[in-house]
Design a protein around this ligand. Structure first.
Ligand code: GUN
Ligand code: ZN
Length: 644
């Protein structure tokens, strides 16, 4: 089986390293389609890497097979020799040609062996291309045949294998096909979607990806066949697509169409300098339009490649920054069909929840559906449980509260004595103790920037609101907030137990925000800018004594115990169990199989992924018997209107 190492993530999207015989592929990656006849390939594969930063390619083993001169060279020099490229090469199998022409004159065994003979890095099973709107029986037959072929292929091939996932629009078949592919494939290649892409049926594409997700093994590398338009990269990445392939840069170039992340434009309509990429700076598009056929086509193809590569870079950066939803939302404004796709994604919230990170820097409102992102849905679901444990919250009288009203009004009405009010945030009604917690506390919405309301605006409706979060730092309020934050993260029983422990909250003298929780001068928890409590080693000891196993635990294999005790990261393959409700970014107690506490760390993987990914870190250790990482800098960065 292939090896995939996850290095950074935003939800399902993964910055990772997929090892192949010709070097690693850094995901998410765009594999440009290369014509195996270099005379018909306007950009040389080596230039794809050197000029466009695209280090892995895909080509068609079927075209090579059915073209005797190409086949001879490939059989003699290998596919890398044929296309003069020494990086990772994936080959496709001819299923798409079968679909387009109705037949291919090769069997699935023949084309698999052929891919092996020409030394491909990733061979693809010859699948049955199932049309999106195929009748169910046909779709079921296509899936069954694809699965049977994949099983045979796995037995025959030692190297990396891409197994297509088919099933049309039938969710049950898609899930089944994904689960079957996960048993045999290193690359799980979602197929049969080109007709969806061509007709901008992004809502259906979302449904396909949502249906397949529960069947896709976390250790598998997910490929999406035929997604070559940069406007779709952020959208598909959101669903955990690791590999994209594109022949679109070429096909569009033949038609004189320029790609942009916001959509496509015909070069003949360009009259202004709309692009100043390094290519268009050399020869402006208005001049490219008038060049002779092949030169014009090559230049457009290069522009398209550059735009694709750059957008993939933005997606990767967004994954590292935790802003991929934002990027996908911004792209969704480029075309109503993409907006429909994003709405379909939001209806599939459940597939995102297991890997939805505990927090991010900010939650910036960009489109109407921002408030329905998985992070908000999870927050609201947890809120129901939280409120049940904590005695009645009076509901605010109806008032059109905005963030601005929230910020300005408590100061006018802080004479009341009760604390049990809710505060309306753009994400909904939130108990005031949780007003700093992600995503409520880090929510940045347009009303933050609206003009301030005139004095006396909503004051009456809010009379009795007791806490001015910016000024009331009374011990009573601080105790209540500490208690609430522990209940929020560890449940009401833990909060009750720790109430007797004499915890003392400390605020930032500058901002008044709760920054840490101490006992007898020892720091037990830091409170992050996301408003969440995170235990130090000493806090972990207290939690360990308070929370019954397996709560908040990750169980470490005996072989790794000495390393984890010393503060070394816990590798995925040494995880043998744990609390399945933990999510990436959460703090966890690392214990041995007898529940002896070894260290406290932060999750990179979701529990369902641990042990299954054979390479890489599952939990980064941040505190142990003999050492502790420094706390976050003491500054208020919850609202960050200046950053891009
Ligand atoms: N290229 C575009 N779509 C497909 C597909 O469904 N299967 C294969 N093998 N290749 C494709
Ligand atoms: Zn350009």
């Amino acid at each position: 089986m292939g090896e995939f190492e996850l290095l950074a993530r935003d939800g399902l999207a993964r910055i990772g390293r997929f090892s192949t015989p010709h070097g690693p592929i850094e995901t998410p990656a765009l594999l440009p389609v290369v014509h195996p006849d270099l005379a018909r390939q306007p950009v040389h594969p080596k230039e794809l890497r050197s000029r466009f930063g695209l280090g892995a390619v895909i080509t068609s083993s079927y075209i090579i097979w059915r073209t005797p001169p190409l086949r001879e060279i490939a059989e003699e020099k290998g596919v890398h020799g044929l296309i003069d490229f020494d990086g990772p090469v994936m080959t496709d199998s001819g299923a798409f040609q079968q679909h387009a022409y109705g037949h291919v004159e090769v069997t699935h065994e023949q084309i698999l062996h052929f891919q092996g003979r020409i030394g491909t890095d990733i061979a693809t099973v010859l699948d049955i291309f199932v049309e999106p709107d195929a009748p169910r029986e046909d779709a079921a037959r296509g899936v069954a045949e694809t699965t049977a072929r994949a099983t045979k292929a796995r037995a025959d091939r030692a190297g990396l294998l891409a197994v297509p996932v088919q099933g049309g629009l039938d969710p049950e078949l898609r899930r089944e096909s994904a689960a079957a592919a996960s048993m045999t494939g290193d690359v799980l290649a979602v197929g049969g979607v080109v007709p969806l892409m061509e007709r901008y049926r992004f809502a259906d594409l979302a449904r396909v990806l949502i249906a397949a997700r529960p069947g896709l093994a976390p250790e598998g590398v997910v490929h999406l066949f035929g997604t070559g338009h940069p406007m779709t990269f952020a959208f598909a990445s959101l669903f955990g697509v690791d590999l994209f392939d594109s022949s679109a840069y070429l096909k569009f170039a033949r038609r004189g169409t320029l790609m942009f992340p916001e959509g496509s434009i015909s070069i003949d309509s360009i009259q202004e300098r709309v692009c100043r990429c390094m290519l268009c700076a050399e020869v402006p598009l208005t001049e490219v339009a008038g060049l002779p056929g092949s030169e014009r086509e090559r230049r457009i193809a290069e522009h398209n490649l550059l735009v694709c590569s750059e957008e993939m870079g933005r997606v990767r950066q967004a994954i590292r920054d935790g802003t991929l939803w934002e990027l996908a939302e911004r792209r969704s404004t480029g075309h109503p069909a993409l907006a429909a796709g994003l709405r379909a994604a939001i209806r599939g919230t459940r597939i995102f929840l297991p890997t939805e990170p505990e927090s991010r820097r900010t939650l910036r409102s960009t489109v109407a559906t921002t408030g329905l992102r998985p992070s908000v849905i999870r927050f609201l679901a947890r809120l129901d449980g939280f409120k049940q444990g904590r005695g009645p919250y009076r509901t605010l009288p109806f008032v059109p509260l905005t963030t601005v009203a929230l910020r300005t009004l408590p100061a006018q009405t802080r004479d009341g004595a009760t604390l049990d009010w809710e505060v309306l945030r753009p994400v909904g009604a939130v108990p005031i103790e949780l007003a700093d917690v992600y995503p409520a506390g880090c929510y940045l919405a347009p009303d933050e920037f609206d003009a301030r309301p005139r004095a006396g605006g909503f004051g009456e409706a809010l009379e009795g609101l007791a806490v001015d979060r910016e000024r009331d730092w009374s011990p009573e309020w601080t105790r209540r907030q500490v208690d609430a934050l522990i209940a929020w993260r560890y449940g009401p029983a833990a909060a009750t137990a720790l109430r007797a422990a004499n915890l003392l909250g400390r605020r930032s003298p500058k901002t008044g925000r709760l920054r840490r929780v101490e006992r007898d001068g020892v720091i037990l928890f830091h409170v992050g800018t996301d408003g969440l409590v995170r235990p130090t080693w000493r806090g972990a000891q207290l939690l360990h004594a308070t929370l019954p196993s397996p709560a908040s635990r990750v169980v470490v294999d005996a072989d790794a115990v000495p390393f984890v005790r010393e503060g070394r990261s816990l590798f995925s393959r040494f995880v043998i169990g744990g609390d399945l409700t933990l999510v990436p970014g959460a703090s966890a107690l690392l214990v041995d199989k007898d529940d002896t506490l070894l260290a406290v760390g932060r999750l990179l993987l979701a529990p369902g992924e641990m042990g299954r990914l054979k390479r890489g870190v599952a939990v980064r250790v941040i505190g142990h018997e003999r050492g502790e990482e420094a706390e976050e800098p003491d500054e208020d960065v919850a609202a960050d209107p200046g950053a891009l």
